[in-house]
Design a protein around this ligand. Structure first.
Ligand SMILES: [Zn+2]
Length: 193
């Protein structure tokens, strides 16, 4: 896996593109949680669940059906309490994309088991043909090693910098749109009817 924070960063970039009305930050935050949640399945290692089992690491919680289901639950909660101007379909699409991005990024890593994209309907495990991201160690101690440094450098290049570019581009576009609207209102307000 990329490290858990990198999954949250990927969700933030998706949020910048897909969520355009308040409460943006709350929705982004929930999207980040959705993107990190699939790795809870590492707990099954200490429970003795064998590799390759549907509940093992990169199994059910990394699948597209899981992403769709989690997005439904989170959308139901958010649209009840925090919806703002977002349509339910748009919210669902964002939470789905944020959760599914986790499996997709894991499928671009250099190691670990493949991703069960279609669990529970299929046990097949997949990687993408292009796998530039150095796989992150599961234990914290291994992270403070040469391997950990390679992971950080790889994630900076393939995740953090592209995500920062997307977030910046979206912020600039939004700011330009807002100032265009403001100057339009000013012009029309000044013009006699
Ligand atoms: Zn993962």
């Amino acid at each position: 896996m990329p490290s858990v924070f990198s999954h949250a960063v990927a969700a933030a970039a998706l949020g910048a593109v897909m969520v355009d009305s308040p409460p943006r930050r709350v929705v982004w935050g929930l999207g980040a949680v959705c993107a990190m949640l699939p790795d809870l399945d590492v707990l099954t290692i200490s429970l003795g669940v064998p590799w390759g089992h549907v509940l093992s690491h990169r199994g059910l919680t990394h699948s597209l059906p899981f992403a769709a289901g989690l997005a439904l639950v989170v959308t139901a909660i958010v649209s009840r309490w925090l919806a703002g101007g977002q349509s339910r379909l748009r919210l669902w699409a964002f939470f789905f994309a944020a959760t599914a991005s986790h499996g997709l990024l894991d499928a671009m890593t250099s190691g670990g088991p493949g991703i069960a994209f279609f669990a529970p309907f299929s046990d097949a495990r997949y990687f993408l043909p292009w796998r530039p991201i150095v796989v992150s160690p599961l234990g914290i101690s291994a992270f403070f090693s040469r391997w950990g440094l390679e992971v950080m450098a790889s994630e900076l290049r393939w995740l953090w910098l592209p995500a920062a570019a997307v977030i910046l581009a979206c912020a600039l576009t939004r700011r330009r749109r807002t100032s265009e609207i403001a100057s339009d209102v000013e012009r029309h307000g000044a013009r006699p009817s």
